[in-house]
Write a protein that binds this ligand. Structure first.
Ligand code: OAD
Length: 256
C-alpha cells in the first residue's frame, strides 16, 4: 500500500487536502509577491532591506517622524491601487466558495488582495492598510471625516494625528481576531502556511498550535522559512503556481 508520505510533496499535500475536514490557511507577504507587492524580509526586494522596521512600523517611529512614516504608507496604498490579486489569491477564494465550511483564511497581509479575490471572513491579524485610526485616544472633537489635510491628517481642534490602521511592532493584535484564529487552528486537521517567513509572533505561533493539536502542516514558500522544521511537508515554489496546483485539482471525498 502506498502511504501519502511516499508520494512527491505536492501529491502528498493533495492527498491530505482531500481528506481534511477543516483547513486553516495562514498567509504572509509572499502570497502577494507575484501581484507586485514587495515582501518584508526577502533580501534585496523586501521592505526591511531598505527601511528600518523600528522607524517605519512602530508607534515610536511614527511619533518621531510622522510625515516620513505617513508618506511611506501613502506610497504603499498608491501601489495597491495598481495591482491585482494573483492566481494564488484566486485559488484560495475559489476553493472556499466551493467548500465554504472547510477553509478559513488567516492572513498577516494588510493589502486586501485576498478579499478582492473573493475570500470571505478573512481573519486579518495585522490590520488593514487602507484604513486609518487616531494615534491617541480620540476626544469628542476628533472626527475622521473632518480631519484636516496634512501628512498625516490631524484633528484641527486638538492636533491628534491619524495613523494607518495596521498593527505595528510592540502592539497587540486585535484580540477577537487572534482568538478566532487560535480556535480555527486548534480545530483544523490541515494547515497551509503560505508565503511567510514565520518570523513574527504571535502569527507564526499559530502553525505551532496547529501542529501541537495534531494537524498536518504544509509549508508553501519559494525559499526556506522558520516554520519548515515543524512542517509535515514543504512545497518549494511560488504560491501563484502551487496554490492552484494544490487546490484546483481537489475533489474531496468528504467535502462540505
Ligand atoms: P516576509 O517578507 O517576512 O516573508 C515573506 C516570505 O514569502 C519569505 O519566506 C519568502 O521566501 C516567501 N516568498 C516570497 N515570494 C514568494 C512567492 N511568490 N510564493 C511563495 N512564497 C514567497 O513576510 P511575512 O512573513 O508576511 O508585519 O511577514 C510577517 C510580518 O512582518 C508582516 O505582516 C509585517 C512584517 O513586518 C507588519 O507590518 C506588522
Amino acid at each position: 500500500m502506498v502511504e501519502p508520505t511516499d508520494l512527491a510533496p505536492l501529491d502528498t499535500a493533495r492527498a491530505w487536502l482531500e481528506v481534511a475536514r477543516h483547513i486553516a490557511v495562514l498567509t504572509g507577504a509572499g502570497v502577494s509577491a507575484e501581484s507586485g507587492v514587495p515582501t518584508f524580509r526577502d533580501a534585496q526586494t523586501g521592505y526591511w532591506a531598505q527601511f528600518d522596521p523600528h522607524e517605519m512600523a512602530s508607534e515610536r517611529g511614527f511619533r518621531a517622524q510622522p510625515a516620513r512614516v505617513w508618506g511611506w504608507y501613502e506610497h504603499r496604498r498608491e501601489l495597491l491601487r495598481g495591482v491585482q490579486p494573483n492566481a494564488g489569491h484566486r485559488a484560495l477564494a475559489d476553493f472556499q466558495q466551493r467548500y465554504p465550511e472547510r477553509l478559513t483564511l488567516i492572513t498577516q497581509n494588510v493589502d486586501g488582495l485576498h478579499q478582492r479575490a473573493g475570500s470571505q471572513n478573512v481573519l486579518c491579524l495585522h490590520g488593514d492598510l487602507l484604513t486609518n485610526r487616531w494615534l491617541d485616544t480620540p476626544r469628542d472633537c476628533c472626527h475622521m471625516k473632518h480631519a484636516a489635510t496634512g501628512s498625516p491628517p490631524y484633528c484641527d481642534r486638538c492636533g491628534n494625528l491619524l495613523r494607518p490602521g495596521v498593527v505595528w511592532f510592540g502592539e497587540p493584535l486585535p484580540l477577537a481576531t487572534l482568538d478566532a484564529a487560535q480556535r480555527v487552528v486548534q480545530a483544523c486537521d490541515l494547515m497551509l502556511v503560505v508565503g511567510t517567513a514565520g518570523a513574527v509572533y504571535p502569527a507564526a505561533g499559530l502553525a505551532h498550535q496547529a501542529r501541537d493539536a495534531g494537524a498536518r502542516v504544509v509549508v508553501i514558500n519559494t525559499g526556506s522559512s522558520e516554520l519548515d522544521d515543524i512542517a509535515n511537508t514543504v512545497l518549494r515554489g511560488p504560491s501563484a503556481r502551487l496554490l492552484p496546483a494544490l487546490l484546483e485539482a481537489s475533489d474531496p471525498a468528504q467535502g462540505a
